[in-house]
Design a protein around this ligand. Structure first.
Ligand SMILES: Nc1ncnc2c1ncn2[C@@H]1O[C@H](COP(=O)(O)OP(=O)(O)OP(=O)(O)O)[C@@H](O)[C@H]1O
Ligand SMILES: [Mg+2]
Length: 306
């Protein structure tokens, strides 16, 4: 598989002396969906800003489709790598939403008809048709998040980099956004890199996960990362709620070696269990059940969400 993004020994220090990244190495293959998870201040945003040349470090290298970003102009980089900022106010700056979405394609030198077509398509996909003349700064936060994605999608980049795309969205908008990102990846083959705290969305969003805490701490499938409880605790990361529920069920005698990470996996697991057990799921309370549940609660106590 072709490498879309290759990062080698990347170090970054802000001008005030804050060391944000240390020896980061990463490879993202074309067509992959990769999530980067890590606590606040871990360097996720700093890292993403290197992927489209906003930040540039003299220590280490970032390559996009084999070309070192140090060797190309930013205008060239943004054709391939579209970055959706964590804060939508950093993305939207024109008087109308149309202008914001048209800005990128116009700078690519596309004809007016094609620019209009791209703007229309992006707005439709994000449910923002009819918002063309709205002032971006007067949109609600959720609308701004979607508008920022639309502004980047109108560029049709081969690699889409998203910083906390689901933060502060209502449940429907969050689900829609997850669906749109997956569809872009599956239908158009867009490579996706997402930094997120939304662990419940990671299994659906990503094929592979990197844990970043200044340096790369771990890499693997969601299953691997989210079953390593010590790793999660050490990096202040949540466990998906559905996994916690199945751990509770285990205390009640439910048999499950691999904890489901998403509703889909849970349905699959439950269906299999019902089939194997002649149409039933057997749960029971035994002598130690409540002690086990108590232990489980204290295991998750540092997250204080139980
Ligand atoms: N412009 C800046 N100048 C100095 N330090 C900065 C600057 N921007 C970020 N930092 C510091 O760099 C570190 C990494 O910040 P960054 O925003 O990359 O983290 P993050 O993982 O994206 O966090 P969050 O989950 O809160 O978004 C933090 O310690 C932060 O305070
Ligand atoms: Mg951030």
């Amino acid at each position: 598989m072709k490498e879309a993004i290759t990062v080698r020994d990347l170090n970054y220090m802000y001008s005030d002396g804050t060391r944000a990244l240390e020896d980061v190495n990463m490879a993202v293959y074309e067509g992959e969906r990769v999530a980067i998870v890590g606590p606040n201040g871990a360097g996720k945003t700093t890292f993403l800003l290197h992927l489209n040349g906003i930040l540039h470090s003299t220590e280490g290298q970032v390559e996009v489709f084999g070309t070192s970003l140090g060797k190309v102009k930013r205008e060239e980089i943004i054709k391939d790598v579209g970055l959706v900022f964590q804060d939508p106010d950093d993305q939207l700056f024109m008087p109308t939403l149309f202008d914001d979405l048209a800005f990128g394609p116009m700078n690519l030198g596309l004809k007016e008809d094609e620019v209009r077509e791209r703007v229309k398509k992006a707005l439709l996909l994000l449910g923002l048709s009819g918002y063309e003349n709205r002032c971006p700064h007067h949109l609600s936060y959720g609308e701004k998040k979607k508008a920022s994605l639309a502004a980047v999608m109108s560029m049709e980049p081969r690699i889409l980099v998203l910083d906390e795309p689901t933060a502060n969205l209502d449940p429907r908008s969050r689900a829609e956004l997850i669906g749109i990102i997956k569809e872009l990846n599956e239908r158009e083959g867009t490579t996706i890199v997402i930094a997120t705290h939304d662990v419940n969305a990671v299994p659906a969003l990503a094929n592979r996960v990197y844990v970043l805490n200044k340096r790369i701490i771990a890499e693997g499938t969601s299953q691997k990362i989210f079953s390593d409880f010590e790793l999660l605790r050490a990096n202040n990361l949540e466990v998906p709620e559905i996994s916690k529920l199945f751990e509770v069920l285990q205390c009640f005698g439910y048999n499950c070696e691999e904890l489901p990470l998403s509703i889909d996996e849970a349905i699959e697991h439950l269906t299999r269990t019902v089939e194997v057990n002649g149409g039933h799921i057997h749960l029971h309370v035994h002598e130690h059940t409540h002690d086990e549940v108590k232990k489980l609660k204290s295991k998750y106590e540092h997250h204080k969400t139980f």
